[in-house]
Design a protein around this ligand. Structure first.
Ligand SMILES: [Mg+2]
Length: 323
């Protein structure tokens, strides 16, 4: 059922945001009319976030909007696309003007930041859930894919892993952290920064790429499967933040980094000879590059820690449950 009494989309989601030249006709008609630049492919990604499943019940509206946008943009980053447009479908249990205002303020902040235009949307009454679709452009011949990793390539990530998973534990009151560390970890969980500029820099440089949404082992596993290769992760080379290391043991942070997810860094592979150039190119957009493993010819993802193979728990490798 729609909200016929309010035109929520027009009231909350049409503002003076960037008017892109590739939008021939925006919100307000039955369809948007959009122009993909010549020589580019349209990259499309969609994610749904459901309250109680993908985010906690008491999550602030501003954080829900920012995260919904970030996870979509992170998928565009993983393929090397430059974001352009978004559509939004919002299911809400009731009209809560305060919630909608906070949600849409945050949503518009993201639109401005990434020079995106919202080109369509819908609101319905139902359990709180947000479906967002992001569209971007990438020249098809340089789009990053999961399928190009080759034995011998180095596996790299763009930033510390494990923080978001620890942030979730903090939000769930399962992990205590003092003031500024608490804020940092919660920020990493609620406000991931999609590595859009890094994805664009990695076009035609990385041999494969993915964004880390489900933990390094699972996401690198997707690359390996698509590429018909395997990988060894050297756990002691995984970048861990000082904040993470100071609130819990290194082993727990590594658990989070390997299997926790929600970090939205990029994981990519490069030929060893290209590492130095790739590092320098990423530096130009302020993004670090950490080699954390190597692609092998043998299928599956193996993790070593100071020379010993780690046995990953089949049910999730989460020692917090037992702590
Ligand atoms: Mg993804």
């Amino acid at each position: 059922m729609g909200f016929s009494e309010f035109n929520l989309i027009e009231r909350f989601f049409v503002r003076d945001n960037p008017q892109r030249r590739d939008v021939v006709l925006g919100i307000g008609d039955d369809c948007a009319l959009l122009k993909v630049p010549e020589g580019q492919s349209l990259a499309v990604s969609m994610d749904t976030l459901v309250e109680g499943v993908h985010f906690l019940h008491d999550t602030a509206a501003a954080d829900v909007a920012a995260k919904a946008m970030a996870v979509n943009l992170s998928d565009l980053a993983a393929i090397g696309a430059e974001p352009a447009w978004v559509t939004l479908s919002l299911s809400i249990p009731k009209i809560d003007l305060g919630w909608l205002q906070a949600f849409s303020d945050s949503f518009h902040e993201m639109l401005n930041h990434y020079v995106l235009q919202v080109v369509g949307g819908d609101t319905t009454r139902g359990p709180l859930s947000i479906t967002m679709q992001a569209h971007g452009f990438v020249p098809s011949n340089v789009a990053l894919r999961r399928s190009g990793a080759k034995a011998g390539d180095l596996v790299c990530v763009t930033g510390p892993l494990g923080d978001a998973c620890l942030g979730l534990k903090v939000a769930q009151h399962k992990l205590a952290a003092p003031g500024n560390l608490r804020d940092y970890l919660l920020g990493k969980y609620y406000r991931p920064k999609p590595k859009v500029a890094a994805g664009i820099v990695l076009r035609s440089r990385a041999t494969s790429a993915i964004d880390v949404s489900d933990g390094l082992v699972a996401d690198l596993g997707h690359i390996c499967k698509a590429s018909g290769v395997g990988a060894v992760i050297t756990a002691e080379n995984i970048p861990l933040s000082e904040a993470a290391k100071s609130v819990t043991t290194e082993e727990r942070v590594l658990d989070c980094a390997l299997t926790g997810g929600d970090d939205y860094e990029l994981c990519f592979t490069v030929a060893e000879d290209d590492l130095r150039n790739v590092k320098a190119a990423l530096e130009t957009v302020g993004v670090p590059c950490y080699p954390v493993g190597r692609i092998t010819g043998k299928s599956g993802v193996r993790v070593t820690h100071h020379g010993k193979t780690l046995e990953l728990d089949r049910v999730g490798f989460d020692h917090f449950a037992a702590a």
